[in-house]
Design a protein around this ligand. Structure first.
Ligand code: BES
Ligand code: MN
Ligand code: MN
Length: 463
């Protein structure tokens, strides 16, 4: 262990209340990136973070982009060691449906959940403000105790992750020199369970598409036109239903190109992870598996592609009843990708599939919502080994190497644009309800997350 680490850990324990106060201040800023109404709040969150990092002695700045700004901060170590680029996102998901929240989403507090776990509540607590602040607070403790960080650190905080990171690629490309490091650290993933830390080495990719079908030139009375005029909701529903067959396979031609079978070794390793398929669905009130037949749930989530309809819009949805044939219907659809599946090809296949089923008097338009291939990281790097041992020590349990069904497109961009691998270490829990009402972050995740990063930074500096 690094000679300074014990004092840094003691400092973290003593400062926990203040760390929480700072996190609460950040959560109070409603930095919802996807809704233009919150543009000013996104800018405010970036300013808040830049000021906070400058206060810690980082050379920090808010960097404008075409969308929401980036925050970039540099800190030079006293000694030479590896240089790490830490990434997090300060933007959060929209809060709807608001009526399902038991407390206002941007008024954080410490709560005790049904099973007695203490947690921080609020939108962004678990994704990603509470998570990335563990790293910032670890830096604070290191600076307070040792005067400087044990390794060179650059911090990059983005404000558009939840809306597909449109400004990120150009920003990385334009600032390649400034942002390149030996490795990227990302704190935006989950633990295996409350006791077991995890390093995520595989993520699924993502293709997001919005499709709008237009039929008649205006909304019609469904009694006066029904059965003669095309109903775009029926059409859209039928087309979308055809995307999957009864066994759960996606029907788009070429969709499975580049989907590998799981190597026997990995299959074995995953089978040994203690995982209760029944409890996994049970926890969210379900009991009937809906995935591809003949595959375990972990394989379905981590190693198989999927297509999900995330939203569907059309017709009259207000109070009461209205007999209408709407002129338009639209849907938001996403595909999770694995292996070598190519996002561009899948987008093309989706669009051709829809166009090929469109009657001659209907129109379709598409809007792209991001695309990124799946990610698979090396598991034998020296820094990964050090991080793994530091996590083992902090949590008193062996760190699990896991996959994840979620997507963090920046990890692929770090590799392709900056030639950097990433180390994905997060402290989220399955029941954090990220993206949902009543999002939370365990107090233990926050506290031991800070301690974990403090140990990892120390371990990186030790030869
Ligand atoms: N942090 C999540 C992804 C995540 C969560 C990965 C838990 C592993 C474990 C991230 O903020 C997220 O929500 N990503 C989006 C993609 C984005 C392009 C909208 C996703 O996965 O849907
Ligand atoms: Mn996230
Ligand atoms: Mn998210």
């Amino acid at each position: 262990m690094n000679a300074n680490t014990p004092s840094v850990l003691a400092r973290i324990d003593a400062d926990l209340d203040q760390s929480l106060t700072r996190l609460f201040d950040l959560i109070r800023i409603p930095s919802i990136s996807t809704d233009p109404a919150y543009k000013g709040d996104c800018a405010r969150a970036a300013e808040w973070l830049s000021t906070e990092l400058a206060g810690l002695g980082f050379e920090a700045s808010v960097r404008p982009t075409e969308g929401h700004p980036m925050v970039v901060a540099h800190s030079k170590a006293a000694t030479s060691g590896p240089h790490v680029l830490f990434y997090g996102h300060y933007d959060v998901q929209p809060v709807d449906p608001l009526d399902l929240w038991t407390a206002p989403p941007f008024e954080p507090s410490l709560i005790t959940t049904e099973d007695g776990t203490r947690a921080i509540s609020g939108r962004g607590s678990g994704d990603d403000k509470g998570q990335f602040m563990t790293f910032v607070e670890a830096c604070r403790a290191w600076k307070a105790v040792a005067g400087s960080l044990p390794v060179n650190v650059t911090i990059l905080l983005e404000g558009e992750e939840e809306s597909g990171s449109p400004s990120l690629k150009p920003f990385l490309a334009a600032n390649r020199q400034e942002l390149s490091a030996d490795i990227a650290l990302v704190c935006d993933t989950s633990m295996w369970d409350r006791q077991t830390p995890a390093i995520t080495t595989m993520l699924r990719g993502l293709v997001g598409e919005e499709v709008e079908i237009t039929a008649a030139s205006r909304d019609l009375h469904s009694g006066l036109y029904g059965s003669a005029a095309r109903n775009p909701i029926h059409l859209l529903a039928a087309i979308l239903a055809g995307l999957r067959d009864e066994s759960g396979r996606i029907t788009l031609p070429g969709f499975y190109d580049g989907v590998p079978e799981l190597p026997a070794e990995l299959k074995d390793q995953w089978q040994r992870l203690p995982f209760e398929e029944k409890a996994f669905l049970g926890e969210v009130g379900l009991s009937v598996p809906a995935g591809e037949a003949g595959r375990s749930v972990l394989e379905q989530l981590w190693a198989r592609p999927t297509c999900e309809i995330n939203g569907i819009i059309g017709g009259y949805t207000g109070e009461g009843f209205k007999t209408v044939i709407p002129a338009k219907a639209s849907a938001k659809v996403s595909f999770r990708l694995v292996g070598e599946q190519d996002p561009d090809k899948i987008r093309d296949a989706f669009r051709s599939y829809i166009r090929s089923r469109l009657p001659a008097d209907c129109q379709v338009s598409f809007k792209e919502h991001g695309g990124s291939p799946a990610i698979s990281l090396p598991v034998d790097g020296a820094l990964l080994g050090r991080a793994r041992r530091a996590l083992d020590e902090e949590w008193g349990k062996e760190t699990a190497l896991v996959g994840s069904g979620g997507s963090i497109p920046v990890v692929g961009d770090f590799k392709r644009l900056l030639g950097m691998d990433s180390l994905m270490i997060g402290f989220g829990q399955n029941d954090d309800r990220i993206h949902s009402p009543n999002e939370k972050y365990d107090l233990a995740s926050f506290h031991h997350g800070i301690r974990s990063w403090a140990r990892i930074l120390g371990a990186f500096a030790t030869a």
